[in-house]
Design a protein around this ligand. Structure first.
Ligand SMILES: [Zn+2]
Length: 161
């Protein structure tokens, strides 16, 4: 849990390396993705990816939920897919989206893919703001969006003096 300490690191921001851009989003990590081999280890790899790559400025508050969702999706992808899976993460400040894309040799037209078992669906529904599954050309994508609890400060023209 040492990462949490980084959130309060204002005093250390004196280095000359910081650009104007990084003043607003110093630690913000936008979109990251990783490719994971299809195996029984895929869920663990997905959890590790989330743990390491989750945005340390906003999305870290939702870490447990995001890790759970990515793990659940990777489990389904390892069961249903037939090739390496892509695990992705995108921080939108107030929400974080995680997804898994995996190749399928049998295209599923029309019906959206659902996570294979009811408990997985319940878990995803319980922790996410929105979720879904899409059929791509030769692949399937499962995704969900989870609130981070981050609220941007309102714009003010003068700070307290
Ligand atoms: Zn962020």
């Amino acid at each position: 849990m040492a990462e949490l300490g980084r959130q309060d690191g204002d005093k250390t921001a004196s280095g000359g390396e910081r650009s104007a851009h990084s003043l607003s989003y110093g630690l913000h990590a936008g979109t990251t993705r990783v490719t994971v081999e299809r195996s029984v280890h895929a869920p663990r790899e997905a959890r590790r990816f989330v743990q390491v790559e989750i945005c340390p400025e906003h999305a870290w508050r939702a870490l447990s939920a995001v890790r759970l969702a990515a793990s659940e999706f990777a489990t389904q992808a390892a069961l249903l897919g037939d090739g390496p899976l892509e695990v992705g993460l995108r921080c939108d400040l107030t929400s974080v989206t995680t997804w898994v894309v995996f190749p399928t040799s049998v295209p599923v037209f029309g019906a959206p893919l659902a996570p294979a078992d009811d408990m997985a669906v319940r878990v995803i529904e319980a922790i996410s703001r929105d979720w879904g599954a899409q059929s791509l050309r030769d692949a399937q994508r499962m995704w969900c969006t989870i609130p981070t609890g981050f609220r941007p400060l309102p714009e003010t023209s003068d700070s307290r003096s």
